[in-house]
Write a protein of this length. Sequence first.
Length: 292
Amino acid sequence: MVFERERPRLFAVAYRMLGSAAEAEDVVQDAYLRWQRADRGQVAVPGAWLARTVVNLCLNVLDSARLRRERYVGPWLPEPVLTADGALGPLESAERRESVSFALLVLLERLTPAERAVFVLREAFGYPHAQIAEVLELSEDNSRQLLRRARSRVGEPQARFEATWEQRRRMVEEFLRAAADGDVAGLEELLAQDVVAWADGGGRVSAALRPVLGPSKVARLVAGLVLKAPPGLRVEIVEVNGEPAMVALLRSRVLGVLVPEFAHQGIVGLRNVLNPRKLEFFGRQWAGHTTA
């Protein structure tokens, strides 16, 4: 079936556009309904038609999401996605991992919907400007201009930390050991001097309403969270948005997902998603992951 073949790519595009797995699912389902009603005889290239439909639906969602996010309680973070199974497409290169990283998805919030669409289609999927222009119904020059503006607003990417996934995982394992031991000094050694920790509770669970800055404060925060953890809580390391991340579990329920950001000088970012609504998609993935 044409749509089912395209569904993974459409979800991958929608998620990068929106930073929300739940909204991406809704957009893809809406595109499916439109495909069912479409006159197939008038569709020359189904993949292009579906991509254009999904992008336009995402633009509508982004227009309404901006106001909601301005009213959001505390820091806004993307929804985490398990990526080892290819849910967001192949992530076999540093560039593709970066395209779904929390760090980039947060930066994309600075862009207008049109800038974000061009940036995602060009940088993450390699669409030529001619095809982007067709999808967005604008000129190629306008597409190039939007991309330049988007790159400027996102800023120059930091030099990539070229350690392997296993090396990053070992760093996370060291972090977890130090946290479990209450070793604040050990945690500090793993954190960069400019480290920042964010927590997204969305006003639904207790979470810091402002970022926590600096290795000393972040280390004490992490150690304090471990002390307050409910009995039976366990933490597992899995691939989330292309990086080794920590999943906090109470029995089979996902309570939080902590996604580190790595650099040569250590861990430079800790983004902790606690909002239960933002964990619903991840929870369904986790249930499938553990029963597979």
